[in-house]
Design a protein around this ligand. Structure first.
Ligand SMILES: Cc1cc2nc3c(=O)[nH]c(=O)nc-3n(C[C@H](O)[C@H](O)[C@H](O)COP(=O)(O)OP(=O)(O)OC[C@H]3O[C@@H](n4cnc5c(N)ncnc54)[C@H](O)[C@@H]3O)c2cc1C
Length: 472
């Protein structure tokens, strides 16, 4: 063990290796406090060459390598198991913005750059990097790519995958693949970057990326809407999409239970509308020119929605402070749920048209099975993606003799209906260790065996992020 420590220090320097339990604590537990892992060391290289040298050393000594970015994974993907066999390879010291090519609408950044820093750097260059999520103040670009993160901008700009032009990756054999190309067109064989996007640290360590930038929207309007039902919310989405086209940049949904949890546990948040309305939508419009028409378009649309009975009420943010306050509510949901009780998270997606059916079918099934269950829903309606979180008060949770059996049953009932509707059991958070059993249950044998073949080809000794994502 001491030999490994000395050799790691030889590569990354003394400050680059953590071994005290108190120093390693933030790296070995997940953000929600569901998983407690352990590791021999946390290693923090400063360059691609150092990452490659650490990988070479670990592979030579058969030491598992757990890649870690901002450690905001919601599926236990970023923390190792408790056996302390491996090392955590943290990208947090690789934070350089290598290049911004404004004319090419691209920027090349190191994997440890925090998402919010990247967004700011793009804005300073009069460009826009559109991936945005509640954890953007701490999640890293490498982690976003490894999980193909979604977030609130997918409706207009796509997932992380659609915003990546090139990658640099250290492979499990310690070679470095430099695929940092800023091209929109390159039909020269397999497009290998897609192999690593969404691979959750199983196939290689992403050390840098060339990101696709967009024109910067200079005008934004946010509005908070209360549709009469979930069916009306979906109809409203269609109306907004056909009337506003690319001006529509977000269409987020919360049910009343979710909003009330935010208001209760974050007392400085104020609901723009009566929180008792069953459903709430946060929508945003954006455009690159200061079109006076944007506000008028929105108001005309809201009028139309009111008179056709889709909307009960609406509030349009009249300044930046109000707009930020609306987004603060949306971005507080994870903390509110953590404070409110034991939530059983599901990150499902179904075709947008099936969202009402999903909600109408699954809610009574769960309510009949568990008397004290509360159905908390928040999600990216425009993407057909709901974070469906049945929740129990902590005192109720403690009365369950076998909590894991409750989790398993809620999962089975919820995922079963999502899958019947042509959906998925993980829309944007990935698999990690949380959903390995569901991979076995719902993925076809052909898909799983393809995944295993790719994993075995790149990482034959199974040292990169072992026991995650692909069932053994
Ligand atoms: C409040 C909150 C809100 C969130 N909202 C959203 C949301 O709206 N949409 C969404 O998609 N997710 C969301 N998430 C989940 C999470 O933020 C994303 O999955 C994010 O992309 C993870 O980035 P990270 O840097 O924290 O990665 P980590 O959590 O550190 O790692 C995630 C996975 O990626 C791997 N990995 C990390 N870095 C690298 C690398 N450089 N090379 C190879 N593998 C790597 C890890 O091994 C792990 O498997 C949210 C999380 C929180 C806490």
């Amino acid at each position: 063990m001491q030999a490994l420590f000395n050799d790691l220090v030889g590569i990354v320097g003394e400050t680059g290796v953590l071994r005290e339990a108190s120093d390693m604590a933030p790296y070995v537990a997940d953000v929600r406090g569901f998983y407690q892992g352990n590791a021999q060391y946390v290693v923090r290289p400063r360059s691609t060459d150092e990452v490659a040298a650490v990988v070479a050393l670990c592979v030579e000594r058969s030491v598992p390598v757990q890649a870690q970015g901002g450690n905001t994974s919601l599926c236990g993907g970023s923390v190792p198991f408790a056996d302390a066999r491996g090392v955590i390879l943290s990208l947090s010291r690789m934070r350089r913005i290598r290049e911004i090519d404004a004319a090419n609408h691209s920027m090349t950044v190191e994997a440890g750059c925090v998402l919010a820093e990247v967004q700011r750097a793009a804005i300073e260059a009069d460009r826009f990097y559109p991936v945005s999520l509640g954890a953007e103040g701490s999640c890293q670009i490498g982690g976003n790519i490894a999980t193909n993160a979604g977030g609130t901008g997918v409706l207009r700009y796509g997932n992380t995958r659609e915003n990546i032009l090139g990658l640099e990756v250290v492979l499990p054999n310690a070679s470095v693949w430099n695929g940092l190309r800023g091209l929109r067109k390159d039909n020269t064989g397999f497009d290998l970057k897609h192999l690593f996007i969404g691979s959750e640290g199983l196939l290689g360590i992403i050390t840098a990326a060339t990101l696709r930038l967009h024109p910067l929207n200079t005008r934004h309007i946010a509005a908070w809407l209360a549709p009469v039902s979930i069916e009306a919310a979906v109809e409203l989405l269609g109306l907004f999409q056909s009337s506003l086209g690319p001006q529509l940049t977000a269409f987020e949904v919360l049910n009343s239970a979710q909003l009330q949890k935010v208001l209760k546990h974050m007392p400085d948040r104020r609901s723009p509308l009566d929180p008792a309305h069953p459903w709430h939508i946060l929508t945003e419009l954006g455009c690159t020119t200061d079109e006076a028409g944007l506000q008028a378009n929105l108001e005309a649309l809201l009028q139309k929605a009111m008179s056709s009975g889709l909307l009960t009420d609406a509030a349009v943010a009249s300044n930046e402070t109000q707009r930020a306050a609306m987004w603060n509510i949306r971005h507080s949901v994870t903390d509110a749920i953590k404070a409110a009780g034991r939530g059983i998270a599901h990150d499902i997606a179904v075709p947008v048209s099936k969202i009402p059916e999903f909600v109408r079918r699954v809610t009574p099934v769960l309510e009949q099975r568990f008397a004290a269950i509360q159905i908390v829903i928040v999600g990216h309606l425009g993407d057909g993606n709901l974070h469906f979180i049945p929740l129990f008060d902590f005192d109720v949770w403690e009365t369950f003799p076998d909590p894991q059996a409750v989790i398993d049953e809620v999962h089975r009932l919820t995922y079963g209906i999502a899958m019947e509707l042509g959906g998925t059991f993980s829309a944007e958070h990935g698999i990690g260790r949380y959903l390995v059993a569901e991979m076995r249950q719902y993925k076809s044998g052909v898909e799983l065996s393809l995944m295993r073949s790719i994993k075995d080809a790149l990482d034959p000794r199974g040292l990169f992020n072992p026991q995650k994502m692909i069932p053994e």
